[in-house]
Write a protein that binds this ligand. Structure first.
Ligand SMILES: [Ca+2]
Length: 282
């Protein structure tokens, strides 16, 4: 037997086998990190208008536009071309270093402005209704404030108080009781009269000078030449009553340009204001 021959050459590679079957699904991966916040979106449209709210409470009344208090020019005791007007101010001056007039009238913001020229001008401004039949002896306080718009008090005659009355003494039924501010002395009048500022006169105080017009003045010895105090006047006229009016008067003679305010009759102050006269307390 022959020897075994050499091994034959390797055969060629056989064809690829068929693909294996798909493996099973693996497990889910871990959750990824959160992404960044997105940009703000656009604003939405305006909502619709809501319903109207309830009506509010009524507010307080405003200042009166005029007063029904019965004060005015007494025509039958006025002549010439004087002027009286309810006005704002005048404000007085408090110091020479302040050019602004800043001292208001004694009551409120205004007063009764009065202008009386020389000659025959005279004016009466008062109340012809509310004081009728008031006994003179019931007048305990009678005061008022005056502002003289001038740079010098020399020769200035101030408005006074006039009361038309029935004296109930003697034979006449009418007289006018006249307060004289220019000849009255302290404490009825200021010790020093000053221009361009407000000063008070107390026609019912000691130092007051009054007279009664007509036959009554001579009868009780209270005349323009020999005036008496208000206390003496009341003593001499125990039964006198007010008749037609009580108010201010500026008679003829010297001029007056200024104002009056704060007329006090007993416990009532008549405050002269731009819209009329208002009653208040001292
Ligand atoms: Ca006033």
């Amino acid at each position: 037997m022959g020897a075994t021959g050499p091994a034959g050459a390797d055969g060629s590679t056989g064809p690829a086998g068929p693909a294996g079957a798909t493996g099973a699904t693996g497990p889910a991966g871990a959750t990824g990190a959160a992404g960044p916040t997105g940009a703000t979106g656009p604003a939405g449209a305006d909502g619709s208008t809501g319903p109207a709210g309830p009506t509010g409470a009524t507010g307080p009344a405003g200042p009166a536009l005029c007063s029904a208090e019965k004060w005015g020019v007494i025509g039958r005791n006025t002549s010439g071309t004087p002027n009286a007007v309810n006005r704002v101010g005048p404000d007085g001056r408090s110091s020479t270093s302040n050019p602004a007039a800043d001292v208001p009238p004694p009551y409120g913001i205004g007063s009764l402005g009065i202008i009386v020229g020389d000659g025959t001008d005279k004016i009466a401004f008062g109340n012809e209704t509310n004081f009728a039949e008031l006994p003179i002896n019931d007048l305990t306080t009678l005061k008022y404030w005056v502002y003289a718009g001038t740079n010098s008090m020399s020769g200035v005659s101030l408005p006074g108080i006039n009361i038309e009355a029935d004296p109930n003494v003697g034979s006449v039924d009418d007289t006018t009781l006249v307060y004289l501010p220019d000849s009255s002395i302290s404490p009825s009048a200021p010790a020093v009269r000053l221009p361009n500022t407000w000063q008070q006169y107390d026609a019912s105080a000691a130092g007051s000078k009054w007279y009664a017009t007509g036959a009554t003045g001579s009868l009780i010895n209270c005349t323009l030449i020999t005036p008496c105090s208000f206390a003496d006047l009341k003593t001499a006229l125990p039964d006198a009553v007010i008749t037609y009016s009580l108010g201010f008067s500026k008679s003829s003679g010297n001029a007056f340009i200024g104002a009056v305010d704060g007329l006090q009759v007993n416990n009532t102050v008549y405050d002269f204001e731009p819209y009329g006269v208002r009653k208040t307390t001292p």
